[in-house]
Design a protein around this ligand. Structure first.
Ligand SMILES: [Zn+2]
Ligand SMILES: [Zn+2]
Length: 356
């Protein structure tokens, strides 16, 4: 019978992700076979802890384990990384580019850093939601230096191979960690991972090959978009370090309030004020639509809140299906002041309708 994972890590079932990570870090320090050579069970304990951490640090697996235990994980097709030799276990946890080692002990980033993402907000009108619109957005981004084209050298000056790494861009570094000394491969500190060095740094960027520049981008905002939705433009974010990909640009769309309309998904709602007398006998009023003003027939006896639906005058969906509807809501308006003559007529009507 395998031991309970929470018990293995010495945490309770409500523990947060960071508490679980902390508990594993502590155990890993104590039990790592490079450090703990006296306890003959250290290796199997370390494997158990690694297996428990592998499950409890993954929200999906943790949920499965909480609900169905070890059996649930096995029937779900999961098997631990810790089944093989100690070398396999260590390389699965401490090897690779996004290794747990880097995660636990920090500073383990290998190679050049990718560029960051950029967010830009734009505001569009409801009329532009109807048709879609092309917008030019402006933002500042880390960009490849225009003078040296990213190589960091003053144009025309030589670039030599980095002596520190011999051009490989990577060096092995011996790090002292809680596990003792660990040999790690990382980006060369002298050349920043590029393998080459400028003899005379670029005058404009002073060497990194990148600079902050104002940029513009033409963004196609599709019809039917809603407030808060984002358009992702892959690769249009900050430039990465040499050899790493750029980040993305996110254009966040805000749809401006329009006092004439309330939006409900693909439908629009507008309110028309109808005089009480017209509400009694029926008539026609003008209602605004995104396609211009429309005459709307108000049926005799219309009450406040009565809706006249105009099909096809709402908004399209992002998928380009047919447009929604516009609902014209009747708001019956009672006159606040009457002339003597109007009052007499209203009294006559009142009596004719049966008084009370
Ligand atoms: Zn430059
Ligand atoms: Zn180097």
């Amino acid at each position: 019978m395998p031991r309970d994972y929470y018990e293995v890590l010495g945490v309770d079932r409500q523990s947060s992700e960071s508490e679980i990570k902390k508990a594993f870090r502590r155990l890993a320090r104590d039990l790592h076979p490079d450090v703990n050579r006296h306890d003959p069970d250290a290796e199997s304990k370390f494997k158990q802890a690694a297996e428990a951490y592998e499950v409890l640090s993954d929200p999906d697996r943790r949920r499965t384990y909480d609900a169905f235990g070890h059996e649930g994980l096995r029937t779900g097709g999961w098997s631990p990384h810790t089944a093989g030799s100690m070398e396999d276990v260590l390389s699965s946890f401490f090897g690779g580019s996004d290794s747990l080692f880097a995660d636990l002990f920090g500073g383990g980033r290998r190679g050049p850093a990718p560029g960051g993402d950029i967010g830009v907000e734009i505001e569009i009108t409801l009329a532009e939601v109807l048709t879609g619109v092309a917008r030019e957005v402006r933002f500042e981004a880390v960009s490849v230096c225009e003078r040296c084209r990213g190589n960091g050298a003053e144009p025309g000056t030589p670039i030599r191979t980095c002596e520190t790494c011999g051009g490989a861009g990577r060096v092995q570094q011996v790090r002292r960690t809680a596990f003792g000394q660990v040999v790690q491969t990382g980006a060369c500190p002298a050349c920043g991972g590029e393998g080459r060095l400028a003899e005379q740094p670029c005058e404009r960027c002073d060497g990194p090959g990148r600079e902050i520049r104002a940029r513009t981008w033409d963004v196609d905002v599709p019809a039917g978009i809603e407030s808060g939705q984002r358009i992702r433009i892959s690769g249009a974010g900050h430039a990465g370090e040499s050899g790493a990909p750029p980040g993305d640009l996110y254009v966040v769309v805000a749809v401006a309030e329009d006092e004439r309309f309330e939006r409900r998904g693909q439908d629009l709602v507008t309110v028309v004020h109808v005089p009480a007398t017209m509400a009694m006998i029926g008539g026609r009023v003008t209602a605004p639509t995104l396609d211009g003003d429309r005459e709307v027939a108000i049926p005799a006896g219309a009450q406040s809140g009565h809706a006249v639906t105009l099909d096809g005058l709402g908004l399209p969906s992002l998928r380009g299906t047919k447009r929604g509807a516009e609902h014209v809501l009747v708001d019956v308006v009672v006159p606040r002041k009457l002339s003597r003559e109007q009052r007499k007529l209203a009294e006559q009507l009142h009596d004719s309708l049966g008084g009370d």
